[in-house]
Ligand binder design. Structure first.
Ligand code: UDP
Ligand code: GLC
Length: 540
């Protein structure tokens, strides 16, 4: 096969070169065509040049198609072929009676671009859809290889439909291992260094520097997407790549929005890019909470795209044994009777671990376990270092226990007396809150975003103002001293969480969105098994 491809490439190259050289050198002397045709073609010089260079561009695209960065590759191809054209024109002007023809240079440039575009289209449309099944084939996209809340949600969704789904990640890591352990076929399409470094707060300069790598990835994803019915972007960065890729591939896109698009979470440039991509590329936006949906609409997102589906959770039949939780306590150096709060989640300033540490100065007998690590940015890693320093302050020394990232979090929830969530910006959803409730623990959370939708103040938990360490301390003291109130909250919380966030029901809702979107794409697919709930009117 490779030999045939090489022979075709060579033939294309020879044909392109011959046609490109013919008007220059040939001019009635070297012509391979009858005299009258040659004369006719002389009038067609422009088009001949365009065609010749299109063939050259096409050849070069196929020959260099494996190079890494698409923009660099395109510039290199167009630049070198145009240089060659200029050289040919210079030669032509040295032949007596002939002059440099600017139109030919333009024809060469246009032809080269046309050839490259044709090569790209060939590569893209050569990919065929997977064999037709009754269930839509979905390509899930996620930018990270780490395990954050959005990835844990995707893990559950993809695992439930592993036979009809594949996942494309832009970074390798423990997320890939978790997906593969759940029998989900996973590919890693690496995003270049510059583009990986662009975070939610990126400015113009770093965004521009990342363009070649992003374009390259868009093309790779577009090619992969051709084999599927639906593309499902699970994160903001994967929408920026997946949105244009799905359009290019002619496939429909669902965007699962796990973030609050607002200042504090995203730079204004990123907000605009996200909203643009969602509005023009997505057929549906699944928001993880009403707060997330409201922020999307307030930033200019289309209300008619939105549907709210919360995260879902497997409800374990058995919790951790007392023996195991006691062993865990002692391994962390916590006395059996010490009143202990758990704060689970990645270490990041907006998650507010520093607020809990500040509050604990006023709750002198309490211990805290910080479960999680700095996952995504250098800023987070610096923040983690500052937390370690803060934990050494005299009022806190010996009471703050860093447990690092753990894939099995249940024993930590089970060994705690209370669970704290302290995000200083509105939390889009807040899985750790539901996990605390399901563990039957009293939960204190920041009164904002999804957290304020999950918890009913004084009924299924306590809400405090974001960033207010005094209020948090008062709530902690209340739970520590009023054990009857604590147990009532915990009991009610567990019941509410079991009723609202069972994984099966959430998975059905997601599946229904997927079928609805795929179904409107292809009439031959089954109609939705579960009718898609009509979204309530979106409040702006
Ligand atoms: N988590 C984990 N190991 C850890 C710390 C946290 O698996 O060491 C999990 C946690 O149980 C939760 C998720 O990470 O399911 C964090 O999700 P959340 O929605 O609370 O916040 P995110 O980090 O996604 O913003
Ligand atoms: C994101 C959000 C978090 C949410 C999770 C799952 O990581 O930050 O609040 O719980 O996605 O939807």
């Amino acid at each position: 096969m490779k030999r045939i491809a090489r022979v075709i490439l060579l033939l294309l190259l020879v044909a392109g070169l011959w046609l490109a050289l013919k008007p220059t050198l040939g001019n009635r002397r070297l012509t391979f065509l009858p005299q009258h045709w040659s004369e006719y073609l002389d009038y067609m010089d422009f088009w001949l040049n365009l065609g010749a260079f299109a063939i050259l561009g096409l050849t070069v695209w196929f020959a260099l198609g494996a190079l890494e960065k698409v923009l660099q590759r395109l510039c290199l191809m167009i630049g070198s072929i145009t240089l060659m054209n200029l050289f040919l024109e210079a030669m032509q002007s040295s032949i007596p009676g002939r002059a440099m023809d600017r139109a030919d240079i333009w024809a060469g440039l246009l032809g080269c671009i046309l050839g490259i575009a044709t090569g790209l289209a060939f590569q893209l449309f050569a990919v065929r859809k997977k064999s037709r099944t009754t269930s839509p084939q979905v390509l899930f996209l996620d930018q990270t290889g780490r395990l954050g809340g959005a990835e844990l949600m995707l893990l559950d969704i993809a695992a439930a439909r592993a036979a009809d789904s594949e996942v494309a990640l832009f970074q390798d890591g423990e997320f890939r291992t978790a997906l593969e352990n759940a029998h989900v076929k996973t590919h890693v399409f690496k995003l270049g260094e510059e583009a990986s470094a662009v975070d939610k707060q990126a400015g113009v300069a770093s965004a521009l520097a990342s363009i070649p790598a992003i374009l390259d990835l868009v093309l790779q994803i577009a090619r992969a997407a051709r084999a599927f019915d639906v593309v499902y972007a699970n994160t903001a960065k994967s929408l920026i790549i997946g949105g244009p890729a799905a359009r290019l591939a002619g496939r429909r896109l669902i965007f699962h929005l796990h973030d609050i698009i607002a200042d504090g979470h995203f730079s204004s440039l990123n907000q605009k890019a996200l909203i643009f991509c969602a509005n023009y590329c997505a057929r549906k936006v699944i928001a993880n909470s009403e707060a997330t949906k409201a922020a999307f609409i307030a930033s200019g997102g289309r209300a008619d795209l939105c549907v709210v589906v919360p995260n879902g959770f497997q409800i374990p039949e058995e919790r951790t044994s007392t023996a195991k939780t006691s062993a865990l306590r002692s391994s962390l150096g916590i006395q059996p009777a010490a009143w202990t709060v758990l704060m689970a989640g990645r270490l990041s300033h907006w998650k507010g671990q520093h607020v809990l540490l500040e509050a604990l100065k006023s709750v002198p007998t309490a211990h805290a376990i910080l479960l999680g690590d700095a996952l995504f940015t250098d800023e987070d890693r610096l923040y983690a270092q500052r937390l370690h320093t803060q934990a050494e302050e005299p009022e806190l020394k010996g009471r703050i226990h860093f447990a690092g990232f753990q894939s099995d979090t249940m024993p930590y929830f089970d060994m705690a007396d209370a669970v704290v969530h302290a995000s200083v910006f509105p939390e889009p959803f807040g899985r750790v809150i539901v996990e605390g409730m399901l563990a039957g623990k009293p939960v204190i959370a920041s009164r904002a975003g999804g957290a304020a939708e999950i918890i009913q103040h004084e009924q299924t938990g306590l809400l405090v103002d974001p960033g207010n360490a005094d209020e948090l301390a008062a709530a902690l003291l209340r739970l520590q001293t009023d054990t009857a109130f604590s147990s009532t909250l915990a009991r009610q919380a567990r019941q509410a969480a079991q009723d609202t966030y069972a994984l099966d029901a959430v998975q059905e809702k997601i599946e229904s969105v997927i079928r609805h979107i795929a179904g409107s794409n292809k009439s031959q697919l089954l109609s939705p098994a579960i009718p898609l709930p009509k979204p309530p009117p979106c409040a702006a």
